[in-house]
Design a protein around this ligand. Structure first.
Ligand code: C5P
Length: 230
């Protein structure tokens, strides 16, 4: 189905301990963010893409990708959900309708395979709610106590890691995010806002290497992979 994309990239990424937000670190000669945008830009069913950036972001204008007319820049907000809401408001100006599909994807996930993107779109095209790419937990999981000791082993067979893109209808996503923000609910991904609204997003099993670059070793791993790929 045709789809819109929102990329929230207005965070500071403090866990990377770098001199700039992680999406501006280099991977194979380009920024992580440009690789991420490339996952979508030439897709035949893309209707438009909005990139949410901090208002004073000095890094984006310096990149070659910044002049690409297919990318609409908007200001981010205080929380991820605020950033995505701003993106949705702009999509409406671009002509997005209530029932249109919107995909939200992390700026720091540059290794999304086209096959996974197409799998998500195909699996959810006729779904009443929508859903997300996700990966079943593979390690044994422990619940920790404050003393740093294991309290119990958690049943991993029902635990999945939530990846992106996350795919929902424009109106449902907009309403869920706005309501969750007003209620002060912690929303770390879009699906949790819809869950809070009483809906059940579908889990679509994707590739584990669509990882979000969070720690320095994630980037090292991806750099080595990229060398092998190209
Ligand atoms: O911190 P974390 O990696 O979970 O952030 C996920 C995404 O949300 C990042 O791409 C980050 O830039 C974005 N974000 C945002 N606006 C905020 C906070 C985070 O767009 N206020």
């Amino acid at each position: 189905p045709p789809f819109w994309v929102v990329i929230p990239a207005a965070g500071i990424g403090s866990r990377m301990r770098a001199d700039r937000p992680k999406q501006y670190l280099q991977l194979a000669g380009r920024s992580i963010l440009e690789h991420t945008l490339d996952c979508f830009l030439d897709h035949p069913q893309l209707k438009g893409l909005v990139l949410c950036l901090a208002a004073d972001d000095p890094f984006w204008p310096a990149l070659p990708g910044a002049s690409d007319p297919r990318i609409q820049r908007v200001d981010g907000g205080g929380e991820r959900a605020d950033s995505v809401l701003n993106g949705l408001l702009h999509l409406r100006e671009l002509g997005a309708q209530e029932g249109d599909w919107v995909l939200v994807h992390d700026a720091a996930r540059p290794n999304l395979a086209r096959t996974d993107l197409d799998l998500l779109l195909a699996e959810l095209a006729n779904d009443p709610v929508g859903g997300l790419l996700a990966v079943p937990a593979r390690d044994t999981l422990k619940r920790a106590g404050a003393d740093g000791r294991v309290q119990e082993t958690v049943d991993r067979s029902v635990i999945w890691q939530a990846y992106t893109p996350q795919m929902f209808h424009f109106a449902a996503l907009h309403r869920a995010l706005a309501d969750a923000l007003v209620a002060g609910v912690a929303v770390t991904d879009e699906a949790s806002a819809l869950e809070w609204a009483g809906l059940s997003p579908r889990l679509i099993e994707g590739r584990a290497d669509n990882l979000k670059i969070t720690r320095p070793e994630d980037l090292e791993w991806l750099r080595q992979r990229w060398v092998l790929k190209t």
